[in-house]
Design a protein around this ligand. Structure first.
Ligand code: FAD
Length: 318
């Protein structure tokens, strides 16, 4: 079922949802099923599955020589989505990227999703590769998420890349896109980022999922600004409980997200990561309570494929 239909059927009740990562190559899917098993009691209407593009690594081949290899550390997004829909009878939402995909790859990926009766996709640009300063699109790929949304919308209208295809089947994907309450790291300003969000909506996006944030006011301000620009689609808040001391530096650095001073002080006082995890849970419970009171359609948790902290939060909220 489409996300928009889930919202229509929810009678205004906030629902629990979460995101998982495909396992590292070489791991089985069963550890992931264990995580999902632990969280199913909170009745998620959907589960997001991230997509991870290839990375370049250099392997020693002797005589001091290095060989450049392309590997995918976390393959399996489509297979996991199919497995989730079959096993748990909930919607699985694959993320799909511009990065690493030609338009033809994108079309074929979408055809697979359509055949698997996947009704929703989250369309994203993806990040630059570790050896790139800036994101580089494939020669025949998309440069920005709005272009990817345009391609999905075209397929929803039965328009394939080969326009000579006659009587072609129109897909029916509900398209989600990202939103950044504290602006995307490359955007010169929040206004500019919202300008491009508007392009994604004009291209056919039907809902937004936000980047993590630790100060609800940033989310409320973002929603207000986005609405003032005439964007009226649902904006689903994404939440991540802090769980390690390392994240205190990693999250602001990698995601360009601020951590409130009170939270930072609480984490600094912690003796170990168990204590940090507890602080993260308590902080996220307070954020969740306030967001739920503001009638958001879903609280969407970035689980990082771990269930214990998400379960502790969900128990208090749902
Ligand atoms: P875009 O919307 O294309 O924006 C990228 C930047 O370009 C922004 O600064 C924007 O302001 C600007 N911009 C946008 N359109 C234009 C335009 N037409 N012309 C000029 N400038 C423009 N990454 C993964 O690799 N896998 C995942 O599964 C994944 N899931 C995510 C889920 C969520 C909810 C979020 C918030 C992020 C996720 N990411 C994922 C990370 C994401 O890929 C990165 O943040 C990436 O750098 C930007 O992707 P985007 O879709 O937001 O890009």
């Amino acid at each position: 079922m489409k996300i928009t239909e889930h919202i229509a059927q929810s009678s205004g009740v906030t629902q629990f949802t979460f995101e998982i990562l495909p396992p590292l190559k070489g791991q089985s899917i069963h550890a992931l099923f264990n995580v999902i098993d632990e969280l199913m009691e909170f009745n998620p209407p959907f589960i997001d599955v991230t997509y991870h593009r290839e990375e370049h690594v250099y392997k020693e081949v002797g005589n001091g020589l290095l060989e450049k290899k392309v590997i995918k550390k976390r393959p399996g997004t489509v297979g996991i989505c199919a497995a989730i829909q079959g096993k748990y009878k909930v919607d699985a939402i694959p993320h799909i990227l511009c990065g690493g995909f030609s338009k033809e790859d994108t079309e074929n990926f979408l055809i697979d999703l359509d055949f698997l009766e996947i009704d929703n996709v989250v369309a994203l640009r993806g990040d630059a590769l570790s050896n790139e300063t800036y994101f580089t699109a494939e020669e025949d790929g998309h440069r920005y998420a709005n272009e990817l949304v345009e391609q999905i919308t075209a397929l929803n209208q039965g328009t394939y890349l080969d326009e000579a295809l006659l009587n072609s089947h129109a897909t029916n994907f509900c398209i989600g896109v990202s939103g950044y309450p504290e602006k995307h790291m490359e955007a010169p300003s929040l206004d500019s980022d919202i300008h491009f969000l508007k392009k994604k909506v004009a291209a056919g996006a039907e809902y937004v999922v936000t980047q993590m944030f630790f100060d609800n006011q940033k989310y409320f301000d973002f929603v207000r600004k986005v609405r003032a620009e005439g964007i009226n689609i649902p904006i689903i808040p994404g939440l991540k409980p802090l769980s390690t001391l390392k994240q205190l530096n990693m999250i602001p650095h990698r995601f360009h997200v601020d951590l409130p001073e009170t939270l930072v002080k609480e984490v600094i006082k912690c003796k170990d990561n168990n204590a940090v995890k507890q602080v993260g849970i308590e902080w996220c419970i307070e954020q969740s309570k306030e967001l739920k009171e503001s009638n958001v359609p879903f609280l969407h948790y970035y689980s990082m494929s771990k269930s214990d902290n998400i379960k502790a939060i969900a128990k208090e909220i749902f």
